[in-house]
Write a protein that binds this ligand. Structure first.
Ligand SMILES: Nc1ncnc2c1ncn2[C@@H]1O[C@H](COP(=O)(O)OP(=O)(O)O)[C@@H](O)[C@H]1O
Ligand SMILES: [Mg+2]
Length: 278
């Protein structure tokens, strides 16, 4: 949409979810009334215990699963099964929104890492020089240069994950969705990834990631959205605000209570795995 001749340009939110429900099987909900708005340029972590619905929510943002009730809008347009069947919208949406699966094996199918990184840009019909440039940038950012000739299936779990992330980065989507991106990554690879995301932040791209690791979330994002084990949003705020709510984090099973004895007196306190809570 063109900007009006005068006044500020209005930018549609990246996503607006209104009272969204989803179930894989009758009677068992995986999302139970999620209402959430994410602005373009925001970096948001969806946090919650196993089974709280993080992956389902992220897949919904990518149009891989659809609401059984409620409404999902992406970049100002309704994101429905019908809308995605429309070829122009599908192509536009798929080039704007990139998704990194929790399991890299789902995503990797090319004979070499180079081909894997080049696949998306080639699909976009970009000239070869531009494809090579994007592959080089992505390989540099995620330290994949030495792996370019290797077969993805023969890599370690963490290497595969870096290739899967790299292959989405080369598409240069304006919205990046990452499902548990730091799982399987060693500490150095986590830093490389967080550096990439920080660079993306500077260019105004949107990032939504899921994690159950609060320290990872706190380091990169502007905002944390907490899903409960009942599949609803129970907190939404800056990492500082959310991490201050120890009682809630205990209740939703994101931290655990650690009981121990000092001189015969039993103490119980929340265990935060090194995450500073102030
Ligand atoms: N393909 C599936 N078929 C049936 N149930 C599923 C499927 N995927 C997820 N679920 C269920 O939906 C709920 C939410 O799962 P998920 O979104 O994967 O949670 P999380 O990513 O937070 O661990 C869980 O109860 C899970 O068992
Ligand atoms: Mg998950």
């Amino acid at each position: 949409m063109n900007a009006p001749a005068s006044g500020p340009r209005t930018v549609a939110p990246a996503f607006v979810l209104t009272d969204v429900h989803h179930s894989y099987r009758d009677g068992l909900e995986s999302l139970s009334g999620v209402t959430l708005s994410i602005e373009q340029g925001e970096h948001v972590a969806i946090v919650g215990a196993n089974g709280s619905g993080k992956s389902t929510l992220l897949k919904m943002l990518d149009g891989l699963v659809f609401a059984s009730r409620g409404n999902v809008q992406a970049l100002g347009r309704p994101l429905t099964e019908d809308a995605l069947e429309e070829p122009v919208f599908r192509r536009e949406f798929r080039s704007q929104v990139g998704f990194v699966f929790q399991e890299p094996d789902v995503q990797l199918f090319c004979p070499s890492v180079f081909d894997e990184l080049a696949f998306g840009p080639l699909q976009l019909g970009l000239p070869e020089a531009e494809v090579r440039e994007r592959v080089a940038r992505s390989a540099e950012a995620l330290r994949l240069k030495k792996l370019l000739d290797r077969a993805p299936y023969a890599l370690s779990g963490g290497e595969k994950k870096r290739v899967a992330i790299g292959s989405v980065l080369t598409m240069e989507p304006c919205v990046l969705l990452l499902d548990e991106p730091t799982n399987d990554l060693d500490p150095r690879s986590q830093v490389w990834l967080l550096d990439v995301l920080a660079e993306w932040k500077a260019t105004g791209r949107t990032v939504v990631l899921t994690t159950h690791d609060l320290s990872v979330a706190a380091e990169e994002v502007d905002r944390m959205v907490v899903l409960s084990e009942d599949h609803v949003v129970v907190a939404d705020g800056t990492p500082r605000e959310v991490l201050a709510r120890q009682d809630l984090l205990l209740q939703v099973n994101l931290i655990h209570e650690h009981a121990h004895r000092h001189g015969g007196v039993l103490h119980a306190h929340p265990h935060t795995h090194g995450q500073e809570v102030v």
